[in-house]
Design a protein around this ligand. Structure first.
Ligand code: NAD
Length: 509
């Protein structure tokens, strides 16, 4: 059914209300799309049919969104609200995300091709929890006092930084945008979000739910469009106080250059090429299970993928045989089917890029052990086969460049020091995985690998109280309670005398 600018689509018994063209959401209202250039359609990666079309917000749309965010910030409707009231609204937001989890999962799956079962089990609950978590964080925040000089009290308080630009990618749209939004607005800031042009709908619905929860109009605004047009207009804007960006390393370089003109502080969560090290003393079954989860979740489009599997020689044949068998059995299919483990890649050009790396693997002399091309049996959709390539050198481009798809390499090592050297031989430093029953080996990884997170005998588990982010070109800054407080607030020191004291008299005879 269609009416005005919307149509209702029934998916899995749920009526989804989908705009035909979306121009974003500014100051509490859907942006008018009339007269705006249509940037590009958002395509369902499973069917190759258009889901919605984006109106490019461009400079004009960005100006309006930043002005709306600034106006509400200056009025203090949110920034000066009592902490317990902000907490209540953030908790209500979490509740609403949870209540709408099926709708949100379907909207996200339609644009991103992510398996709906994975979204409902993991990503949407995580999006809800991000709001709950930051509600708790602001309830625990306290200022500091210093009393080194007996007659003076120095207090340190925090104020929200102002208006933030939040730029998110397409691989986990809600989980990532909700982390940016929750950590930003919890401290009283306003923001303008720019979701990926490939996945605009689930984040748009989130913004509506936030307003339903009681977040005042204008606190969270959303603009749409191409990275190089609307994204650039946003991060270059002179009235932006902070930029949080999750995405690719090359894009980050451009954003940092644009931010330099205003000296806008940046927070970057970027790419990875992480090692997944399996030692001879590991529980092999668990190592295989965990390696599959950390590599092929999210259709392999996951920044924390353990995409360089390093396996110790004594167990290399047995591990590889078991791993290859399981990779070949991964259920590739319709993301709306609850049994699907790996869906299509997010868009056609990305599918082609990933297929290009499979070809490059052959050209570089790697041996393809599983997959290696388009997934068989599909006459439409951007499906590729989960792929494993055996390599004998970490210098290959397929071991150095982030593929960001269901593509992993396997390399044999002899000594732990060799595995650690290979793990560290990368421009990235996001995470690393180790599988071993030796505490000493685990601790050696912990101290010698240059990465922001080390997972031992576990895939992907995160405690949001711990910082998350990357060494080297995997990022700048960390997500985490103290780290986000530091990024999204300005600290202010105030010095007050406790009683009378002498002030040097200048300018006297
Ligand atoms: P991308 O860098 O192409 O795009 C990310 C976002 O930036 C999109 O919204 C895009 O429109 C926008 N953008 C692009 N150019 C811009 C510009 N010049 N100025 C402002 N905005 C611009 O990344 P992607 O392809 O969407 O996402 C994949 C990348 O994200 C991978 O490298 C992946 O590793 C990384 N990632 C990192 C994390 C993390 O937490 N470290 C999490 C998820 C994804």
């Amino acid at each position: 059914m269609t009416s005005d600018n919307r149509r209702t689509v029934e998916v899995h018994g749920v009526d989804l209300d989908i705009p035909l063209t979306t121009g974003g959401h500014v100051g509490g209202r859907a942006e008018v799309v009339d007269g705006r250039p249509v940037a590009l359609p958002a395509i369902n990666p499973a069917t190759e049919e258009p889901v919605t079309a984006l109106a490019e917000s461009g400079q004009e749309g960005v100006d309006a969104a930043v002005a709306a965010a600034r106006a509400v910030f200056e009025r203090g409707d949110w920034a000066r609200k009592a902490v317990r009231e902000r907490q209540g609204i953030l908790r209500e937001a979490a509740r609403l995300v949870h209540e709408h989890r099926q709708e949100l999962a379907l909207l996200e799956s339609l644009c991103a091709g992510l398996p709906v079962a994975h979204l409902q089990r993991r990503q949407i609950p995580r999006a809800a929890f991000n709001f709950e978590f930051f509600a708790e964080v602001i309830g625990q925040m306290a200022g500091e006092t210093f009393e080194q000089e007996q007659n003076f009290l120095t207090t340190v308080t925090r104020e929200p930084a102002g208006v933030a630009a939040l730029v998110a990618p397409w691989n986990a749209p809600l989980a990532l945008a909700s982390m940016q939004i929750a950590s930003c607005i919890a401290f009283g800031n306003s923001c303008v979000c720019k979701p990926s042009e490939y996945t605009p709908l689930s984040v748009l619905r989130l913004v509506q739910l936030l307003e339903q929860a009681g977040v005042p109009a204008g606190v969270v605004n959303l603009v749409n469009g191409l990275g190089g047009v609307t994204g650039r207009a946003l991060v270059s804007h002179s009235d932006i106080d902070r930029i949080a960006f999750t995405g690719g390393t090359e894009t980050a370089r451009q954003i940092m250059a644009d931010a330099a003109a205003q000296l806008t502080p940046v927070h970057f969560e970027l790419g990875g090429k992480s090692a997944n090290i399996v030692f001879a003393d590991a529980d092999l079954e668990r190592a295989v299970d965990g390696s599959l989860v950390n590599m092929f979740s999210n259709n392999g489009q996951i920044c924390i993928a353990g995409s360089r599997v390093l396996v110790q020689r004594a167990i290399a044949d047995e591990f590889t045989e078991r791993f290859v068998a399981r990779v070949r059995h991964l259920r590739v299919g319709d993301p709306l089917d609850p049994a699907t483990e790996v869906g299509p890649l997010a868009y056609a050009a990305h599918r082609d890029r990933v297929l290009g790396y499979m070809q490059l693997a052959r050209e570089e002399g790697a041996e393809i052990l599983a997959g290696g091309g388009p997934a068989p049996g599909f006459d439409r959709g951007y499906y590729v086969s989960p792929t494993l390539a055996r390599v004998d050198s970490n210098a290959l481009r397929i071991c150095q460049e982030e593929v960001f798809g269901p593509f992993a390499t396997v390399q044999v090592f002899d000594e732990p020091e060799e595995a650690i050297a290979i793990a560290n031989d990368s421009d990235f430093g996001l995470v690393a995985y180790g599988w071993t029953s030796s505490l000493a080996l685990a601790m050696q990884l912990q101290s010698e690998i240059r990465a922001g997170t080390i997972w031992v005998n576990t895939p992907l588990l995160r405690d949001l109280r711990a910082p998350f982010g990357g060494f080297k070109q995997s990022g700048i800054g960390r997500d985490g309670p103290r780290q986000c407080a530091d990024f999204y607030t300005e600290e202010k020191a105030t010095i007050v005398p406790r009683g009378d004291f002498d002030i040097v008299k200048m300018g006297m005879d």
